[in-house]
Design a protein around this ligand. Structure first.
Ligand code: ZN
Length: 412
């Protein structure tokens, strides 16, 4: 059975038919629709000479035993956000399935190294607000003791939703056992941004995932009557925050791949007839280079103090979340570049702004590489998410090439 990229696209459509409605994909993790997607996938696996099991964190593993125990892992996620797209996470899995079929047939069920597909549990974190849940269990970076009490919108506890799917939180950390013999990890994903489309390239090599600094910045001024307070006497907390919201754009623009976002501004008392006494802004900064990230963070802090002073306010910072940049494996990136060039004639290297399971795997010390395929209009997490079918097929072929090259690298 030779590689059939067309079949991967057909199966993606089949999955879409089974798990979407008029608003988009509904494979929210730990729900019945997600379980239905996994059952559907299990039926596909049943036709192959593979062992299939769920680990103690709910990650879904298909293992094709090879002559060597050393394993090549190919990952993705069948879960989606609510009203999501048909490709995010699923393309990876269906492309990996096609690669697995090719290995099984070419080597009569016994390839030179063990090949494993992993469908990570709850990559999106859309229901309980904790992304990369399953892969963090695998990597040993999970925070399940603090996450267990999280609830979804209808008040259901994370712990109970997991139990509904056969996952016991107290055994969550045992998923680390799956790291045994893992020699390399590769992942194909849609880009979810506009970079490759703008360059008119189907495929890209992902350098790593950007580090993130995420903070709440609170400006304190003086709440005052909007009619009686002269302009010269105001201590307007919103004015200081607004200056910062504009300044962070210049802070980011000094670096080619950096991004900074003020995504939320809350004003208090938040009425038309009062000068803003307190303003809370969120700031999200990302770059692949830790020095650039640190510099942008420092510059934003300095700017916030300057604007607070100009507006006769004070400012305080509190960290919401942060993660260091995760660069992928240099030698595997070179193989990824070769694969992309062979299949599409050219390649582009780019960092990933969104986090991916690949970052968790890489943090666990497993050599990792990732490939992007172009997203139309750069839109994702939405039902209009799309990629040209010829590009989807190219991406399956490129992943297959990368898998073969990586097997050779494991055996070197
Ligand atoms: Zn994804």
């Amino acid at each position: 059975m030779p590689l059939s990229p067309q079949r991967a696209v057909d199966e993606l459509k089949e999955l879409r038919e089974l798990t979407s409605d008029d608003s988009g994909a509904q494979r929210l993790a730990w729900t019945d629709t997600w379980l239905r997607a996994r059952e559907w996938f299990a039926k596909k696996l049943a036709e192959l000479p593979v062992e299939h099991h769920y680990d103690s964190a709910g990650n879904n593993w298909a293992t094709l035993r090879g002559a060597s125990k050393k394993s090549l892992l190919i990952g993705g996620h069948l879960d989606s956000v609510p009203n999501g797209g048909w490709l995010d996470g699923s393309l990876n899995i269906l492309a990996a399935l096609e690669v697995l079929r090719r290995f099984a047939s070419e080597f009569n069920g016994r390839p030179p190294v063990t090949i494993r597909i992993v469908d990570w549990a709850d990559e999106e974190g859309a229901r309980f607000g904790r992304s990369l849940l399953g892969s963090s269990a695998f990597a040993g970076t999970h925070s399940i003791s603090s996450d267990r009490a999280r609830t979804d919108r209808s008040g259901i506890k994370l712990e109970d939703a997991l139990r509904h799917c056969g996952v016991e939180i107290d055994r969550f950390a045992e998923a680390e056992q799956e790291r045994k013999d893992a020699a390399a990890y590769i992942e194909l994903h849609i880009e979810q941004g506009p970079v490759l489309e703008r360059l008119d390239l189907p495929l890209g090599v992902v350098l790593g995932t950007k580090g993130v600094e995420r903070h709440i910045i609170t400006f304190h001024g003086q709440e005052a009557h909007s009619g009686s307070t002269p302009m010269s006497a105001r201590r307007d907390a919103l004015a200081a925050a607004a200056k910062l919201a504009l300044e962070i754009r210049d802070i980011a623009r000094r670096h080619p791949d950096a991004v900074c976002t003020v995504g939320s501004l809350k004003t208090f008392p938040g009425i038309a007839t009062a000068v803003v006494g307190r303003c809370e802004a969120t700031l999200d900064q990302r770059d692949l280079d830790p020095r650039i990230l640190a510099r942008m963070y420092r510059e934003a802090q300095e700017a916030s103090h300057r604007f607070a002073e100009e507006e006769k306010c004070t400012v305080e910072w509190s960290r919401l979340w942060s993660i260091e940049p995760v660069p992928f494996h240099t030698e595997l990136l070179a193989l990824c570049e070769q694969a992309v060039r062979e299949v599409s004639g050219s390649f582009h290297r780019l960092p990933s702004g969104p986090l991916h399971d690949a970052a968790e795997v890489s943090r666990a010390g497993i050599p990792t590489a990732m490939m992007f395929v172009q997203s139309l209009r750069g839109i994702s997490h939405n039902k209009i998410e799309d990629t040209r079918e010829d590009h989807l097929e190219l991406s399956v072929t490129a992943l297959d090439r990368l898998a073969s090259k990586t097997v050779g690298w494991i055996l070197r």
